[in-house]
Design a protein around this ligand. Structure first.
Ligand code: ZN
Length: 237
């Protein structure tokens, strides 16, 4: 079942982050709506989720201006929410789902594969949050494909290394060139001054928690969803 994490911020508010696994089912935004709504409710309660139609880019959408109707989901790979009790979610199957935990105010989530990281999705999100007065203190990363399972073309690897540093170079379990997505994510956050990056999921390809497009051609997606909750003494029952 989904892993639930709770981060208490300096102002007392709480950021909930839930990461689903295979047992929670398919969270692809085009999954049958009623079954999808049931799965979402089981993870984080009744509030409707806001999602984006992910395109491996760096565009950031605002949940304050986006409909909850997936048919109207904008093409973007990140979502910012400033409202309390507004779940924002991204989906993955090898690419990384990331939650941006801020000191106060708005939070964000992003879907980041190597193309999104190369396009600067991490700095796009931190810039957006900064413009809204919030500072990212911690990143929480769900299941992502590990280097042992992620054979990568030499030219593409050179390109990513030129942007994010040589730490992204790795080798697969069979000795072929590989991209280390965790290193690429760590480097992307270091570039914007965020050193606290927590990896909470196993490899999508050889672990048993997430879906993998690359290893098993699975069409399903797991989800990372985040929301702000008020400080407990502000909760009215
Ligand atoms: Zn693996």
């Amino acid at each position: 079942m989904s892993a639930q994490h709770h981060f208490i911020r300096a102002d007392g508010s709480i950021v909930d982050v839930a990461i689903t696994d295979r047992a929670d089912g398919d969270f692809h935004i085009d999954a049958p709506p009623e079954a999808l709504a049931d799965r979402r409710r089981a993870v984080l309660g009744p509030n409707p989720w806001t999602v984006v139609r992910q395109v491996h880019g760096a565009a950031v959408a605002s949940a304050d201006r986006v409909s909850c109707d997936p048919a109207e989901a904008p093409e973007a790979d990140a979502l910012v929410a400033s409202g309390v009790g507004v779940p924002i979610a991204v989906q993955g199957a090898d690419c990384a789902p990331i939650a941006f935990i801020t000191n106060h105010g708005p939070i964000a989530v992003a879907h980041a594969g190597w193309r999104g990281l190369a396009a600067g999705v991490v700095s796009a999100v931190t810039d957006d949050l900064h413009a809204r007065g919030a500072t990212v203190e911690r990143a929480v990363v769900g299941p992502v494909i590990g280097p042992e399972c992620y054979e990568f073309g030499r030219e593409d690897l050179d390109h990513v290394a030129s942007l994010l540093g040589d730490d992204v170079r790795s080798i697969t379990a069979t000795g072929d060139p590989a991209l280390d997505m965790r290193a690429a994510i760590t480097s992307s956050f270091a570039a914007v001054g965020v050193d606290d990056v927590q990896f909470l999921g196993a490899c999508t390809a050889c672990g048993d928690s997430g879906f993998s497009h690359r290893a098993r051609q699975e069409p399903q997606r797991h989800a990372l969803v985040a929301q702000i909750r008020p400080a407990p003494n502000e909760v009215s029952l």
